[in-house]
Design a protein around this ligand. Sequence first.
Ligand code: AMP
Length: 191
Amino acid sequence: MLNVIIFGPPGCGKGTQSKLLARRFHLTHVSTGDLLRHEIRKESDVGKKVKPFVDNGLLVPDKIVMRKLYHEILKHSDTRGFVFDGFPRSVLQANALDKFMNIYKVELLLVIAIWVEKEELFRRMMGRAEDSGRSDDKEQIIDKRLQVYHLRTKPILDHYQQQNKLFFVSGMAPVREVAGKIASLVESKLP
Ligand code: AMP
């Protein structure tokens, strides 16, 4: 199985790059943000629970995210592999994913961290705020999401660095160029 994590701060282009990568290598794209927004739109019990966290730019509790993620993985058990987008976002989630992969005897191929300057992240998110329709694309919340990224999510990089799975790609270049670099990295790691 070909499993890849696309990692990076909000606004770095994770969503776009994950979709392009999934299409190119025939993988299943899993965005925990999309899964959670879907629950919110459905006004399900999970949706009601997670809405205040998403609206305020906070991390949804790990237990809820892991349950949604396991469900999604098992739904696509015949896939060639997954591109994880926006997951893991805490050290606990990274550990839980390791355990899950061990149990199912599957491997993580690599983690690609997209690097973008802070001013550019802000500019992109403010730019998309008008048409994204996302409750969390607002100035104050964007700021919060970036803080949460630095505090809770960035420490995961050490976790994958120790496993020699971590690679950086600059997200400052045009979309196609970034996609090309990501694809080359994946190809170089294929068994
Ligand atoms: P995203 O679409 O990845 O930017 O995620 C939007 C929001 O969904 C985040 O700000 C969090 O509130 C929530 N979220 C998405 N993925 C996760 C995750 N792996 N863990 C916790 N919260 C998440």
